[in-house]
Design a protein around this ligand. Structure first.
Ligand code: T4K
Length: 393
């Protein structure tokens, strides 16, 4: 037997791997009638019937007044800033996906990073005022992991300084506080319907706005600025959602409640299984009446036997692809790190969280068996280290 034949590396099948998320897809057969309608009508895009239906259906489902669909959340963020004619400096969080700050750069706006609250990891309202300058025109907070920001405190500051508020609500589909949808706050909120999100249309996004006039401006901006065949009122972009994505969204909406219910069960299971694991802190829900359980972040604290990156690697060795959302901080990427507000001393809480956080897999198809296996890997490190510590004593 040759040497190479003795060493058999068994590559796990793709379906044996567990990722941080897996898209929830309605059964394919249910989508066929939607496709047939598109094939019959030949309307593929530019505000067709499914686009209209989905905007209406999402307003009803989310409990909001006006919603404009987009091809993705990033284009929606870029357009939201255009819609309110934001310029100068915008206060935002370093603890998010890069698209948040990139949308500012795409508009020639300077991001000013402000630290986050240690309990919510959302923009800390107590630190916003110190970052306001004569150039500040707006605040762009993120409802990180779908947990609502302190919307009242942020609005109070915005009112005092005459600033606009655009929420990056990419994670906050369906989240409700006591006062209703979290998407009703600020001047605009932006959703993402990316494959990795709680509600997905493959790619997609939306801007939620409070009045019909703003919605009309947004609708112009996402369609090159066209009002009619011969009238262009703004230097708009092509940000429209296609009919195929909108049709899929209509179908996905029929299954969303079941998907959210399963996420809730998984969240509860993790919390129970990890409750007594020393050094592991599960981020609590904050102020939400209805959560969407979009992510399951744990913070690996100093009293856990191994570091966050070692636990991340341990998972990978077991073909479990947990993710360090959000490490590195946005403020550490090359296009931001030169900004005065990007300095670590200005962002101690965010910097600490970025080194501790690990998002565990959470998606409706995740089995109870795998949830237990994942929690067991976390708890296992404590079991391994306990006898060792006893020997050392
Ligand atoms: N603002 C915030 C706060 C955001 O989090 C995001 C997006 C945006 C704005 C921008 O919205 P969009 O323009 O994307 O609509 C992912 C997503 O690509 C990104 O949408 C999301 N945030 C971010 C938090 O996560 P990656 O680089 O982690 O994606 P990826 O491809 O590594 O996917 C993660 C895992 O999901 C994969 O390991 C497997 C699974 N997956 C992924 C895709 C794309 C699938 O099973 N199927 C798939 O099709 O960024």
């Amino acid at each position: 037997m040759s040497a190479s034949a003795t060493v058999r590396v068994v590559q796990p099948q793709a379906d044996e791997r567990i990722y941080v998320t897996q898209p929830h897809l309605a059964p394919l057969r249910e989508f066929i009638p939607y496709l047939e309608k598109i094939w019959d009508s030949k309307v593929l895009t530019n505000g067709g019937p499914f686009h209209h239906q989905l905007e209406k259906a999402l307003c009803e489902y989310l409990g909001v007044q006006h919603l404009a669909l987009f091809a993705n959340g990033t284009l929606a963020l870029v357009t939201a800033l255009q819609a309110l004619r934001i310029t100068g400096e915008v206060i935002t969080t370093p603890y998010s996906f890069v698209a948040t700050a990139h949308s500012l750069l795409w508009n020639g706006i300077k991001p000013v990073f402000v630290d986050v609250d240690p309990d919510t990891l959302n923009l800390d309202p107590a630190k916003i005022e110190a970052a306001i300058t004569p150039q500040t025109t707006a605040i762009m907070p993120v409802h990180c992991y779908g947990h609502p920001c302190d919307v009242d405190a942020i609005q109070k500051i915005a009112d005092n300084y005459n600033l606009r508020v655009i929420y990056d609500a990419a994670h906050a589909f369906g989240v409700q506080s006591e006062a209703g949808s979290v998407l009703q706050h600020g001047d605009l909120s932006v959703l993402s319907f990316h494959a990795t999100k709680v509600f997905n249309t493959f790619e997609g996004g939306a801007i939620i706005c409070p009045d019909a006039k703003t919605k009309q401006r947004i609708d112009h901006l996402k369609n090159f600025g066209f009002v009619d065949e011969v009238t262009v009122v703004a230097s708009g972009i092509n940000g429209k959602m296609s009919e195929i994505n909108a049709a899929f969204g209509m179908l996905q909406l029929q299954h969303i409640d079941a998907a959210l219910a399963r996420r809730k069960e998984i969240d509860a299971m993790y919390r129970e299984l990890l409750r007594d694991v020393p050094g592991i802190r599960c981020l609590p829900g904050v102020g939400e009446k209805t959560s969407n359980h979009a992510y399951f972040p744990i913070l690996v604290e100093a009293d856990y036997p191994i570091g966050r990156d070692a636990l991340y690697q341990k998972f990978r060795d077991n073909e479990i692809h947990a993710r360090r959302y959000f490490y590195p901080l946005i403020s550490d990427f090359p296009m931001y790190r030169g900004l005065p507000s990007a300095h670590r001393d200005n962002l101690p809480v965010a910097a600490d969280a970025a080194l501790k956080v690990l998002c565990l897999p959470i998606y409706p198809a995740l089995s109870n068996e795998n949830i237990e296996r994942i929690a067991d890997i976390v708890a296992g490190e404590v079991r391994i280290s306990a006898p060792l510590e006893a020997c050392m004593r």
